[in-house]
Unconditional design. Structure first.
Length: 449
């Protein structure tokens, strides 16, 4: 009886604790929801600002970072209410990178959404300090009416249905959003001042500069992107880059930024460009191993060794050609697939597909055979003949692109490919033709009776 009462008391105590815990969780959830609603209303309601005379709006420019997506720097707006102490940074560069593979696939397909985020100024500065990125701040010279237009546009953008936008690296990013909103606030003066002033640079030139610290990304984009990025761009278009947005807001006739208002909030050493370009690295690597393989070949031939086609020659040859074959294999498959599945028109109708034919992955198998077995790949007689014809066809097609380039028959700027990578590919094709395959001879193992 006593045990039963104890069990009942323990059960009631646990039940009461569960109810109390549930009530606390419910209360905390309710308070969190109310608090978030209040915070959201505080950030998005224009009436929460005091007199516009007391509001300072700053352009913040953040230096490049260590990640690939940080190579083109960043920009944000800081809005400081001196009367209430409210100090918020608005950032149009928020994206979900929790799943890098999914993010990369969405970016590749051209269906990536970014969104507007907002947070206290102190938190933003702490984040960039943690990542060792310099931050420059410039006060914007805006009249009260212009401030009101800008704040109204930001409030509209903060609505849940408007916070996300379809990101585009050139035409709709963190920098162009601020450019467009400032232009709207000053009645289109910024666009009028800059849209017809054509620079001597193209988007391709700016990509090359942006990826000077990542030479292989530079090479890949230079090959994969087509003639759409080769036209000379205006000052208006150039402001997709945060540094150029800041520069043009300082120099444009509208005088939105005066140098005396500039502050360096954080100052860290800039990332230095890699001493060699991706093309130079490929050339040096290829030349070194081809030189080794030919040295072995000539040494054995000079010494009159009976079989001078020894495995060491083929292994050096394979090591030298393997990265070239890998790159060609990926590129030859990626280009046609990109035209079908990607919404990025900058990756379509690329003249470079002439240099990277869809069957280039075969050369990867040849290179692997050289490395692993120290000999040519063995093919049946007819297959061997077709392999040779395939390489001859590839050489002819590749040379046709060289002729078209010399005669200026296409608009795409692939001069770096022609001068740096094209000779290596031609030499590789000649090596594959000469040493890539041999005829497989089936041994007769029958026993004569």
């Amino acid at each position: 009886m006593i045990k039963k009462k104890r069990r009942t008391a323990q059960y009631e105590r646990k039940n009461n604790l569960s109810k109390l815990l549930f009530r606390k969780i419910f209360l905390l959830s309710f308070l969190f929801l109310v608090y978030n609603q209040q915070i959201y209303a505080f950030f998005t309601n224009l009436e929460n600002y005091s007199s516009l005379d007391k509001i300072d709006i700053y352009l913040q420019t953040i230096d490049t970072g260590n990640n690939i997506y940080d190579n083109f720097a960043h920009t944000a707006l800081r809005i400081h209410d001196r009367n209430t102490g409210r100090d918020i940074v608005y950032n149009w560069g928020i994206f979900d990178f929790s799943d890098p593979i999914s993010f990369s696939l969405k970016f590749y397909r051209g269906i990536l959404n970014y969104k507007l985020g907002y947070y206290p100024y102190s938190r933003a500065l702490a984040y960039y300090k943690l990542n060792a990125r310099s931050v420059w701040q410039d006060k914007l010279n805006l009249k009260n009416k212009e401030k009101e237009i800008l704040l109204s546009r930001i409030n509209w953008n903060l609505l849940p249905k408007n916070r996300e936008y379809a990101y585009h690296y050139f035409f709709d990013n963190c920098s162009t959003r601020i450019r467009d909103y400032l232009d709207e606030a000053i009645s289109g003066q910024l666009k009028e001042e800059t849209q017809y002033k054509i620079t001597n640079e193209s988007f391709r030139d700016m990509i090359r500069k942006g990826y000077e610290t990542n030479p292989f990304v530079d090479v890949s984009l230079d090959i994969l992107m087509n003639s759409r990025i080769d036209k000379k761009i205006s000052l208006w278009e150039k402001m997709f880059h945060p540094f150029d947005l800041r520069k043009n807001l300082m120099s444009a006739g509208i005088n939105l930024i005066t140098p005396k208002t500039t502050q360096t909030l954080l100052d860290y050493p800039r990332l230095e460009p890699f001493p060699l370009s991706g093309y130079q690295i490929i050339f040096i690597y290829f030349s070194f191993f081809i030189f080794l393989s030919l040295s072995v070949y000539l040494y054995q031939k000079r010494k009159k060794i009976q079989n001078y086609h020894l495995s060491l020659f083929y292994r050096f040859l394979g090591i030298g050609c393997f990265p070239i074959a890998c790159h060609a294999s990926v590129t030859c498959l990626l280009m046609p697939i990109t035209w079908i599945v990607s919404a990025h028109k900058d990756l379509h109708h690329n003249i470079n597909i002439i240099a990277f034919l869809p069957f280039d992955f075969i050369f990867l198998l040849v290179s692997l055979t050289w490395i692993t077995k120290g000999r040519p790949i063995r093919l049946k007689h007819n297959t061997h003949k077709w392999f040779k014809k395939l390489i001859v066809f590839h050489i002819i097609v590749s040379l046709s692109m060289l002729i078209m380039y010399a005669l200026n028959l296409y608009d795409q700027n692939n001069s770096r490919l022609i001068y740096n990578l094209f000779p290596i590919y031609l030499i590789s094709l000649i090596l594959y033709f000469t040493y890539g395959s041999s005829v497989f001879i089936k041994k007769d193992i029958s026993v004569q009776r």
